[in-house]
Design a protein around this ligand. Structure first.
Ligand code: SF4
Length: 62
């Protein structure tokens, strides 16, 4: 599983980072980004929760 955050859609709500700081962090534009696009298997469930919870559907599985 790989994810990216669409920078045009992210509204910096912080939900994804609250759920999974191992995968998502703030970048210099104060938007969320995927630290490492490849998600470790043990984190896929929580990353899926982040995808489902993002209010603007900015997190894309690629
Ligand atoms: S949950 Fe979505 S809108 Fe909120 S910070 Fe993460 S990517 Fe951005």
């Amino acid at each position: 599983m790989k994810v990216v955050v669409d920078q045009d859609l992210c509204i910096s709500c912080g939900v994804c980072i609250s759920l999974c700081e191992e995968v998502f962090s703030w970048n210099d534009d104060d938007k969320a980004e995927a630290i490492d696009e490849e998600v470790p298997a043990e984190l896929e469930e929580v990353v899926q929760e982040a995808i489902d919870s993002c209010p603007t559907e900015a997190i894309k599985e690629v």
